[in-house]
Design a protein around this ligand. Structure first.
Ligand SMILES: [Zn+2]
Length: 251
């Protein structure tokens, strides 16, 4: 049996700060471990409370170069180039954007530059959620449409991703595109839970309703809501089907 030649790793000393994987700057970045969501998610899978109001802690951001990621001590090999390039620097300098939205857009930009288009769409949608909370409707609309473009620019979308595209289009008041996309999905063999959400989307689109609704609205009455603490719920948004099953109480 071989013996490891290196000493076992020890936890870092308290004065050793995590280092940005792009520029090497150390900064204090408190860990984030949210309690699981207890409320139903929105139709675009924005989590319910208490996770909903913790967006300011979802991403770390380097105070020196601006690189943002769930963990800035890790980076794609191409991230440094993306962070140094003019579009990223322009994004960092865009003072008319809310700082928290800029952080999500920074992460989205790196993801897009490294080819992770669907993840970039997700991060861009998160920027739209920040704009929602601040009442910046024009920015929310713009970033939802950007997210849709990123989703459509990547690999073919599954049912759940398509539902999120439909909801983003509806919330952005892109009625024609939203209706056509919902009709297309409605014609496929979507699972029942997805079909129920699509039916709700079709009704909302017909009523020109661009407001927020939760998946609980898609439930047939009477709503059965099992207590969420009976389930293992991931902090990150998980599949629409899994969420719907929990909220429908059918699995
Ligand atoms: Zn940095």
């Amino acid at each position: 049996m071989s013996v490891p030649s290196s000493a076992p790793s020890r936890p870092p000393a308290a004065d050793v700060l995590p280092r940005c994987a792009v520029c090497g700057t150390g900064s204090r970045q408190p860990p984030f471990r949210p309690n699981p969501p207890e409320q139903a998610p929105d139709l675009d899978l924005r989590p319910g409370e208490p996770v909903r109001s913790t967006m300011a802690r979802w991403l770390q951001q380097c105070p020196s170069c601006g690189y943002a990621a769930p963990n800035i001590t890790k980076a794609h090999p191409a991230a440094a180039q993306a962070v140094a390039a003019a579009p990223f620097r322009a994004l960092m300098a865009e003072v008319t954007h809310p700082p928290l939205a800029r952080r999500f857009l920074a992460w989205a930009h790196v993801l897009e530059e490294t080819g992770a288009l669907h993840a970039a769409a997700e991060a861009t949608l998160h920027a739209a959620w920040v704009a929602d909370d601040l009442g910046k409707d024009d920015l929310a609309r713009l970033w939802r449409l950007d997210a849709v473009a990123l989703w459509r620019g990547g690999a073919p979308l599954n049912h759940e991703q398509t539902v999120r595209v439909i909801d983003a289009l509806r919330r952005a008041e892109a009625w024609g595109d939203a209706a056509a996309t919902a009709d297309q999905l409605g014609e496929t063999d979507a699972p029942e839970a997805v079909a129920q959400v699509v039916n709700l989307e079709i009704r909302l689109i017909a009523a020109r309703d661009a407001s927020r609704h939760t998946v609980a609205t898609a439930l047939p009455p009477p709503a059965r809501r099992p207590h969420v603490s009976h389930h293992q719920v991931a902090a990150r948004p998980d599949g629409l089907l899994a969420r719907l099953r929990r909220w429908l109480g059918r699995r």
